[in-house]
Design a protein around this ligand. Structure first.
Ligand code: 3HC
Length: 293
């Protein structure tokens, strides 16, 4: 089966990045969200990110126009998926919401369509079981910022068939990404390592081991990470990290994955990182200013 048309559900941070790389690779893309303002914002972000390459001479205005011409913003879910060969879902990480979306997609998408979730931790098997095509259901986990990050983590659920995995590896390669094929477990491979590491950085801040900027400098220079762990937490979203931590505790029944009190308190205060303007850094000024804890 050849994938030509892709429906991307969600025009947020991950959704617009996924739509961007799919259209850039030549696929016809429908990017769906529940409100026109989210769709418009998603398209504007794609345009802005494509234009980064314009001054550097890496892309021409004509190519940008062609890529944008392959993306249709849409509100109606059924319309978005009715002729899709592949549906990639990037809606908020709420199990009940994802399951409802998948039931609707399953009823409206063509029988041959593959269903892929960009979930960062939720069970692929659980979502697949809500559809009548668990063999055609798979995890396709992208990383932020999607146009820059080279990996797609592909996750097989209990019933995912080999043919589905093969097609998704091929699509991901066509998107210019490296792939790893992993079996389902909470957090898969990357977040299994990343999230406990980020939580540990917050425990250390809570204990007064280092300031926010010194912790970031330690890891950035001492381990050669592009961003320190607290900058990365602000980038990923503190709510996302907390959500994954709580999910790990539930799934593994192991308190070693518990979130530090400080993280939970910050999320309750609405300090979600860059997206809310406040996190381990304050983003209200010209450049991020580290907070004191
Ligand atoms: N879209 C398109 N291009 C972008 C971009 C975006 N949103 N953001 C940055 N870029 C491009 C820039 O144009 C620049 O291109 P060039 O090198 O060709 O000129 C290049 O990326 C580097 O950007 P900058 O020079 O502005 O800044 P940095 O060198 O600091 O790089 C970064 C920015 C790529 C974000 C880098 O800091 C980085 O790799 N950080 C770590 C990101 C990371 O770990 N992501 C994974 C998060 S975990 C996740 O997503 C999983 C989830 O489940 C939790």
């Amino acid at each position: 089966m050849e994938i030509k048309k892709i429906a991307v559900l969600g025009a947020g941070l991950m959704g617009n990045g996924i739509a961007h790389v799919c259209a850039q690779a030549g696929y016809e893309v429908k990017m769906r969200d529940i409100d026109q303002k989210f769709v418009d914002k998603g398209i504007a972000t794609i345009k802005k990110n494509l234009e980064r390459g314009l001054q550097k001479g890496r892309i021409t205005q004509k190519e940008i126009d062609e890529i944008l011409g392959r993306i249709e913003g849409i509100l109606d879910l059924k319309e978005a998926v009715k002729d899709a060969d592949l549906v990639i879902e990037a809606v908020p990480e709420i199990v009940s919401l994802k399951i409802d979306v998948w039931k609707e997609v399953d009823a409206a998408a063509p029988d041959h369509a593959i269903l892929a979730s960009n979930t960062s931790s939720i069970s692929i098997t659980q979502m697949a079981a809500a559809t009548k095509r668990p063999g055609k259901f798979i995890g396709m986990h992208f990383f932020n910022p999607v146009p820059v990050m080279n990996l797609v983590e592909i996750i097989k659920g209990q019933a995912t068939d080999e043919e589905t995995a093969k097609i998704i590896v091929d699509v991901s390669k066509k998107l210019g990404k490296e792939t790893v094929l992993v079996n389902e477990a909470p957090g898969f491979a990357v977040n299994r390592i990343l999230v406990p590491t980020l939580l540990e950085a917050v425990f250390a801040i809570q204990e007064g081991v280092a300031t926010v900027e010194d912790m970031d400098t330690s890891v950035r220079l001492g381990l050669n990470w592009p961003m320190g762990p607290l900058t990365l937490l602000d980038f990923v979203g503190l709510d996302t990290a907390l959500h994954i931590s709580d999910y790990f505790v539930d799934e593994f029944k192991d308190s070693k994955y518990r979130a530090p009190t400080l993280l939970r308190k910050m999320v309750r205060a609405g300090w979600l990182g860059r997206k809310s303007g406040m996190g381990f850094y304050d983003y209200s000024g010209d450049k991020p200013k580290p907070n004191r804890f």
